[in-house]
Design a protein around this ligand. Structure first.
Ligand SMILES: *[C@@H]1O[C@H](CO)[C@@H](O)[C@H](O)[C@H]1NC(C)=O
Ligand SMILES: *[C@@H]1O[C@H](CO)[C@@H](O)[C@H](O)[C@H]1NC(C)=O
Ligand SMILES: *[C@@H]1O[C@H](CO)[C@@H](O)[C@H](O)[C@H]1NC(C)=O
Ligand SMILES: *[C@@H]1O[C@H](CO)[C@@H](O)[C@H](O)[C@H]1NC(C)=O
Ligand SMILES: *[C@@H]1O[C@H](CO)[C@@H](O)[C@H](O)[C@H]1NC(C)=O
Length: 302
């Protein structure tokens, strides 16, 4: 009778006997072999080693790591099973089933044991991470190496959960809960701020277009609410419509625009909270002499 000794050692040192006596048998029930990898101890997987030590005095035993479930990238090197701390920390499983096979050339023995991972710490919202599974917030993702909610969700502080964002007009407690692009939580409702309107096609709060018409020789000021600045979409000096706008006897040409008038208005107004505009040919040129003109400006406040 030949006795080979098999140790499977992690936190627990397990001694398993293999008896080759016509047939090999494991000594001890499988349930007594439950190695643990303790990640709270210093060093990755005990200096990279979760050992399956096999004292193979006669050198006749062949052993292999047949399978692992889930795949924790355990590897059999020589007499030992190694684990990979990064993988074990990041794939979110706290136990693995490993199947090991031992053979003496005549008899093959297969057995399965469970490795328990202890000390897996979960990371708080906003913490650095390398995989979704590390994040403790429910439904959080590891985006740009941080535990966060994906764009379609917001973090509910009470339950520490990434919940789906809320539709337009829903009740809310913060801007970040609202699904509509650029929506705000005003009076506990997801809505657009005063200078914007809700575009239902794109579900976006777009800046409201404001139109101002200044008849020739007149002046007027454009202004935005406090904290907002002008962004001119167009500034047309000339005449493109009939006598209903800036009425006059001289409206023959209704297809008259001064080239470059938009960029002149943009130069005067963009980025300013207010700007003063004069509808005069010495500023915009005269695209149609003899026709009474006007300056029509369309702008947003951004
Ligand atoms: C939001 O509420 C207003 C007023 O009740 C309503 O007119 C509008 O259609 C609603 N918008 C959406 C997208 O539900
Ligand atoms: C128009 O111009 C006059 C003279 O420069 C100025 O006093 C007045 O405030 C201007 N009005 C507006 C609305 O900008
Ligand atoms: C100004 O409006 C244009 C569209 O007319 C837009 O592309 C641009 O981003 C706006 N500028 C700012 C500062 O919002
Ligand atoms: C307006 O003038 C432009 C060129 O200045 C011309 O291409 C266009 O056809 C004119 N439109 C009408 C309605 O006359
Ligand atoms: C803003 O306003 C100032 C003073 O009213 C004016 O001089 C300037 O041209 C305006 N435009 C920009 C882009 O600053």
């Amino acid at each position: 009778m030949t006795i080979h000794r098999l140790w499977m050692s992690c936190v627990l040192v397990l001694v398993l006997d293999i008896r080759v006596d016509g047939a090999m048998t494991w000594n001890g029930p499988p349930s007594s072999r439950s190695p643990r990898v303790d990640l709270t101890l210093s060093g990755p997987c005990f200096n990279s080693v979760t050992s399956l030590n096999i004292n193979n005095a006669e050198g006749t035993l062949q052993y292999s790591l047949v399978s692992q479930n889930p795949d924790g990238q355990f590897t059999l090197v020589g007499h030992r099973i190694y684990c990979n701390e990064l993988v074990i920390r990041t794939n979110g499983y706290s136990s693995y089933t490993l199947t090991v096979r031992v053979s003496d050339g005549t008899t093959t023995l297969t057995d399965t044991f469970t490795v328990t991972i202890v000390g897996l710490t979960k990371k708080a919202f906003g913490s650095a991470c390398t995989a979704d599974s590390e994040c403790q917030t429910t439904y959080a993702k590891c985006l740009n190496q941080k535990c966060t909610c994906e764009a379609t969700r917001f973090r509910d502080l009470q339950t520490d959960t990434c919940l789906p964002k809320k539709a337009f007009n829903s009740s809310c407690t913060a801007d970040s809960e609202c699904k509509t692009t650029d929506a705000k939580c005003l009076n506990q409702i997801c809505t657009c701020e005063a200078s914007r309107f809700h575009d239902s096609q794109t579900d976006t709060c777009l800046p409201t277009l404001n139109s101002v018409i200044i008849c020739e020789w007149q002046n007027a000021s454009l202004s935005c609410p406090a904290g907002k600045v002008l962004n001119v979409t167009s500034g047309v000096f000339g005449r493109t419509r009939g006598n209903c706008i800036c009425p006059s006897h001289s409206v023959e040409n209704k297809n008259c625009t001064s080239p470059g008038s938009t960029s002149i208005v943009q130069g005067l107004c963009n980025g300013n909270n207010t700007c003063e505009l004069y509808a005069r040919i010495d500023i915009y040129g005269d695209p149609c002499p003899g026709t009474f003109k006007y300056l029509e400006v369309v702008h947003t406040c951004v």
